[in-house]
Design a protein around this ligand. Structure first.
Ligand SMILES: C[S@@+](CC[C@H](N)C(=O)[O-])C[C@H]1O[C@@H](n2cnc3c(N)ncnc32)[C@H](O)[C@@H]1O
Length: 181
């Protein structure tokens, strides 16, 4: 018998914070990396005509499809399966916690300093961005933001802080990343 491993990420403070910022953006095509429950995808559908979500967790995507409106979902690593599709907006609320020994959770484990998965998502997304496109991503003060800043400078990208939210144990920031024209 085959056992299904369900890693549904229940929408949390970070998901709601990001969905409230995402709805201020408009365009034609949008991609969310790490879709899971689909809360951000549904927000994107209000202001974008073509909306695609990816996740490595097949079972959460199957759950999204059951409630599907007009979005498309693909089970793949980051944006790896999207070929030469181009997006006006790419959004992600990545796993951003530093790895906890003997505890593997793909929804929260952001790598040894908490930022590695975010940088992996960025690397995968950057060539899928339209010329005026924007990447909107969540970062946490629990992860190594300096490492992200170094990556941004090295890759000649522009970073703008859009919003921040102080929680009891961390501060969440939503940053916008774009390429120089
Ligand atoms: C913090 S959860 C965010 C879920 C949802 N977007 C939200 O905001 O509530 C991160 C998601 O990234 C997914 N993920 C982790 N590594 C991934 C990868 N390499 N490619 C695609 N998705 C990945 C996890 O399965 C999880 O669904």
């Amino acid at each position: 018998m085959r056992h299904e491993v369900n890693i549904l990420y229940l929408p949390s403070d970070d998901s709601i914070f990001l969905s409230n910022v995402v709805n201020q953006y408009h365009g034609v095509t949008a991609l969310e990396i790490g879709t899971n429950s689909g809360i951000i995808l549904r927000e994107l559908l209000k202001n974008f005509s073509i909306v695609v979500g990816t996740d490595i967790d097949f079972y959460s995507l199957r759950h999204v499809l059951k409630m599907s409106r007009n979005e498309r979902v693909i089970c793949c690593d980051a944006a790896a399966a999207l070929g030469n599709m181009i997006f006006d907006m790419i959004v992600f609320n990545p796993p951003y916690l530093p790895t906890i020994k003997n505890h593997s959770d793909k929804t929260t484990d952001g790598g040894s300093s908490g930022i590695e998965v975010s940088i992996h998502f960025l690397l995968s997304a950057i060539d899928k961005l339209s010329s005026n496109g924007k990447i909107l991503m969540m970062v946490s003060t629990l992860s190594d933001i300096e490492e992200l800043d170094t990556f941004i400078v090295k890759n000649n990208l522009i970073k703008k802080e859009i919003a921040q939210k102080a929680l009891f144990y961390e501060t969440l920031k939503i940053i916008e990343i774009s390429a120089y024209a």
